[in-house]
Write a protein that binds this ligand. Sequence first.
Ligand SMILES: Cc1cc2nc3c(=O)[nH]c(=O)nc-3n(C[C@H](O)[C@H](O)[C@H](O)COP(=O)(O)OP(=O)(O)OC[C@H]3O[C@@H](n4cnc5c(N)ncnc54)[C@H](O)[C@@H]3O)c2cc1C
Ligand code: FES
Ligand code: FES
Length: 1529
Amino acid sequence: MVKEITQQVIPPTIDYLLFYVNGKQVIEHNAEPDWTLLWYLRNKLNLTGSKLGCGEGGCGACTVLISQCINRHTGHLEHRTVNACLAPLCSVDGCHIITVEGLGSVAKSNLHPAQSRLAEMYGSQCGFCTPGIVMSLYGTVTSSNHPHSSLTMLDIEEAFDGNLCRCTGYRPILDAAKTFAKDLSQLPCKDSLKSSKPTTTTLDKCLSFVKKIDKEPHQIEFPDELRQHIAQSIFIKGSLIEWYRPVTLNELLQLRSTYPGSASKLIFGNTEVQIETKFKRLKYPRFISITHIEELQQLKRTPTSLVLGAGVTLTRLHEKLTEWNDQKLDGGICQALTDQLKYFASTQIRNVASLGGNIVNASPISDVNPVLQAANALLELHRAEANSIRLVPLRDFFLSYRRVAMTDDEVLVNIHIPLPSASLSSPSNRTFLRSYKQARRRDDDIGIVSSGLQVELEPIESTDKQQWRIVCAHFSFGGMGPTTILAKNTQQELIGQLWTKSTIDKACELAVKEMPLNDMTPGGQPEYRRTLVQSFLFKFYVYVCSELNKESVDSKELSIAHPYHRPVSHGQQIIPERPTSQKVVGTSLPHRSAYLQTTGEAKYIDDMPSLAHTLHAALVLATQPNARIKNIDLGAASKVPGFVSFVNHQDVPGDNMTGDVVHDEEVFVSSITPCVGAVIGIVLCETERAAHAAAHLVQIEYELLTPTIYTIDDAIQHQSYIGEERCLNQGDIEKALAEAENILEDTIVIGGQEHFYLETNCCMVIPSNDDKEITLYSSTQNPSKTQELTALALGCDVSHVQCHVKRMGGGFGGKESRSIAPCVALAVAAVKVGRPVRMNIERDVDMSITGQRHPFKIHYKVGFTNQGEFTALDIRLWSNAGCSFDLSMAVLERAMLHVDNTYRFQNVRVRGRLCKTHLPSNTAFRGFGGPQGLFGCETIVDHIATHLKLDPLVIRRLNMYREGDITHFKQPLERWNIPRLMDELLISSDFNQRQKSIEEYNKLHTYRKRGITILPTKFGIAFTAKFLNQAGALVHIYKDGSVLVSHGGTEMGQGLHTKMISVAAEALSCDVDRVRISETATDKVPNTSPTAASASSDLNGMAIRIACEEIRERLNKVAANYNTNLSWEDLIKKAYFSRISLSAQGFYATPEPLGADFANNEVHFNYFTQGAAVSEVELDTLTGDWHILRADILMDVGTSLNPQIDIGQIEGAFVQGYGLFTMEELIWGDQTQHKWTKPGALFTRGPGTYKIPSFNDVPLDMRVELLSDAPNPLAIYSSKAIGEPPLFLGASVFFALKNACMAYREQQGYTGYFPLNSPATVERLRMACTDEFTERACVQNHEQFQAKVKIKPFIPKSNKMVRQLTVHLCQISNNIFSHSTIWYDDETFCNGAPSMLVYQWTSNSSLSLFHMDNNIGFQLDKSKSIVLSVTYAEERQLSKDGTGVIVYISTITDNDEVVVNMAIAYIQALIKQAHIKYLMVFVENTKKRLVDPVTPIITGSTEMGTFTPLQKNDDEHIKANEINMCCLF
Ligand SMILES: Cc1cc2nc3c(=O)[nH]c(=O)nc-3n(C[C@H](O)[C@H](O)[C@H](O)COP(=O)(O)OP(=O)(O)OC[C@H]3O[C@@H](n4cnc5c(N)ncnc54)[C@H](O)[C@@H]3O)c2cc1C
Ligand code: FES
Ligand code: FES
């Protein structure tokens, strides 16, 4: 049928793809339409340089460059970077793809400057992000839009908005990238920095590279064949899906008419559809790619309108709008759209995503739609039938959540935006349009609220000053309802009003009422969103006033009239001279694998080729917390082609109990699930895809148990703890508190943090029948523990298991213990089937199941003198350990040991408890509890300073420990450098002067405030578990003089191997290039401690040094026999022929005193790494958006082993630290704060929802200095550990922001201390900036329905019944009553996000059915209860003064009465409690149509209404009747 159409319409249809990869032709005849480009590159072409970091377009690790000839006649080429994880393979026909392998290779010694500069400037640590970053840089340099000659630093800074790096802190990457910019001279030079110390600036670095003559980079020419390529229609018949690529509009319309509605899916950039298919598991039978339809590509400006093709990419659109931008002509439309596009997704997404895709996608938080709606855009829709074309106003387009007014066969072709100049009511009128967006992060983040605000004003006669009256207003918002919405009532009320502040106040009041969100709003943050609406309106007001008459605006408010323009960032480093006694150690050797990482040649586990017969595994995870597994149904899963086996607890040959410290976890859940995400089983299949598909088809029936505990407060309420309370005492706390001149008491909370290593957990297991050996390849920081626990589960000796780790793409503590369980489970699976098995855990799963940094609740009572001297600290810490012990006690202990930071409290009592909850076990994370304890301490400092009206610095100085002071855990402080660090930093950062300037700035700016803070830190180095402070090393020298070092530490990007190589070279006195480290393996060095606690250089460095010195001693004896100076190679040969051993083992144990003895209040670290930082920030008090203007860090790293690697650790930790304290918010569904998402499941499970700092967040001026003359005799070559200590310095950004908030609050009349929980997200910051807007947004007795009542769980008698209940939700939107049948399965619900909604039947035996949008949220939970949440946003349309909800229930059971009655009873109970005034429940049986006519029930109503009951059960009737019923209200 289709063939017929395609033959009729456009004859030459091809059924294969032709494209080029790195200059080589590829013709693919067997493409599957659901293959992504990334999968193809990695699995079919073996180009593993491009990495899979997230699979959702959010990290950039998969970035490749796609070039295409867009005009055969001119030969014009278009180059664009894209996310290969989103791009369908079928979309690249006719393109040239360049991957990182195409640029250059170490093997061929032909690195592209983008690769070599990044490597040489320390821009690659773990290297997993690096190929993507190289490609983004290469794309920017190559792109025709940025010819090399005109590339600016700003272009460069904006080029990385789609890339994330978790290691470097971005500064070195930006430095390397700036070497390509032509405006370098604008960077500050050394002289301007006024530093007498040996300083290196960004400018110095860039210039040194620019001066270097690079070899002409190896260029891949665009293939001639593709210059002549004529795009043809394509039809590809995949095994399950078909792919069409029409090339004319006619052909497209015919296809759409043949396959209307869900029979086909149109795709352009696929950025949205790929997310739907991957995460929501939506299935489409055929895709119609619309990228090659000329009619969809036009960009035209007529005298009356802008005509924008639906198939124009956002990048092209941005370019054109920039060219067109003319406020007088377009009334601000072009500017408003370009402002919005600047922070729309990322470069990679904008390069492929279309305007039409964004509109039709109908996301309620679209960035573009509010602007288009405000501008009254019209959509031109085409369909094949009789060449029908219609124009639909965008204002009428969005019907309800992701439903649009488009027929099943229509295609959006153009968007028309009327130019206001053509439609003004009078020539003297003026019109303005502006866009606003606030997201959790600027780069690549969907808005929390976005808006397009437009107003037409007419001048009115006035005697004294010019006044303006509102002719019409259009205020459109995203994020304030289930669709992009216009605040129609507000707009209407404003017509005819004067353009004054009081009118805007009124608009704010009306808008808040008109868009009343509540705490069931998906994404939460109702108060913040309501505040943002007002902030945007107010900003718009100031902007319009400033345009009308700049003089009329208070100069202090002018800064909010226009968006903030972020300047170019830069940095500097100060490194003390290296001791002359050292030849290698102390030099800044680049990371050993840096070149390989920049070329993509560095191999991670997922890049390793599979052995023959390798199977792929996918985890089957619990979807319910605290639930008994009643049945596992493998029926559907086992039918997936390629299914081999399901492995569960019954297959464990050894012990199913496991755990890092205490064996309190199960390898596979045997009966009761401890949390969502617990591993129930593993599915083994022949392919990875089959494994994932089958794992999702395993049906598990649960019996829910009570209680479920998610938060620390839940745990305290239920007394749910792990272990006993820990306590530390110093002095007499009760007496000290009783005698204190002042006492303050408060509670503060610090949230958790996801590690977000760029490489997710990955492992491969190779079993062998030969002596029952098992070989593990795992991305783990803890190979020995992985080996031991595998042996335990397999019931074999540890010696039968080997674990190998070459490198990790980041770890940060996340792979210290939580990487082990999946590997152990995989080993069980491999042994069961006797075949190699591999598994790469996808990002969303990895984040959901592997635990995070522990959230803490901290309660303190502090006594102090009137001068601010501390006399007593009574502090309690609770941490959320999750469901098992893991490393939580050690984390808690470290937190307790760091509550003093650098201050003497005199009398101290610290108590700590581990809360046991039904969440995945929380675990180690860089800092290991230290940052949480330190945060508690600095909050106390801040509290006291505010109370006494003193500068916090005064309190810090007054209470600072002195040399020889004893900590609250009885450790004397030796080589105490904090006072010196603070003194030096105060001077070098010019702190006092800047503090004064900030005061001045704040006086002159009402809505932008600055803040500055100086913060010290000390961090104890050593494992508190004494036995872990040991390490081994094995050093072999081969006859040619090459050296192979093995040690117990693993390389995860921190540069450990690079440092260890320099230690070996120094101790052996050989050339550093002769030394190599291959991997970490348990068969080389046994019984290793995890690479953790920052101590790996100290421990392994010492072990290596001992081994090398032993060999060196032997060599010295050989050398003594010769008079001449022997070369290294000759010396080795002589030693060999003299039968001297060229191999040695080294062992090191940190000397006593060491370790923790809590029973005796005594803990001894080896030493303390110390540092201090100053951060200065600027805060937009109306939105919570902020920038770090400058950060200065002074760090005591002893005598650095490798200064640049240490600086990399400092900057990386600092950025990760301010991510923790300001940005990274984990959202777990619970019963209190996040009721809108599934309880016990993680909502923030990917880069789309969880935001780590990005390039745009780097300090504008980043200065790092290493303290001079501070050798540390207690560690290798007088160095100090550095991995974790600087992380807490990121809190200086938090306190600087708090400082800025304080300035605003004081201006608003709110003096005094205010608590600020961590992270200080944009939401928390804005809401802390209390003002008229926040007050209006937080009205207590708001008319909205507050679902705060505690609902008694309803226990249905039959689980089976409830499971079969389906819910039809009816909602009212724009007076159109729409009826949607929505089916949800448990998995969908797990995904939680509104973007994860599925509009299709997914499973007849769904465990829970769930719908959530801004109007109505309804969840049915399978066994324990029906949890129902109902909210209603648009009460205005239902009733004037009430809240109502309409629920339509249908059942599909034969005997549904019980179910229906249960549901109704429950709903009734809820209605009563929640004071809903109107309720209508319709019940029908869709299977037997038993209930006829439907019995309507109205309950809990104070004003009972009447309506006509439904007569029939078919959908058409329902729709008709519902509209009638609406009218009755
Ligand atoms: C990492 C990431 C970040 C994002 N950030 C943002 C953001 O900051 N702001 C924002 O607003 N959005 C964002 N999005 C959403 C998405 O990128 C945009 O909606 C984009 O514009 C979609 O365009 P596309 O061409 O890729 O659409 P596709 O995925 O190809 O299609 C989307 C939908 O539109 C339909 N469609 C496409 N074209 C037509 C047409 N001409 N006629 C009829 N139907 C059509 C498709 O059938 C499909 O239903 C983000 C997405 C990702 C993956
Ligand atoms: S893997 Fe493609 S963007 Fe993350
Ligand atoms: S180097 Fe960037 S994520 Fe590790």
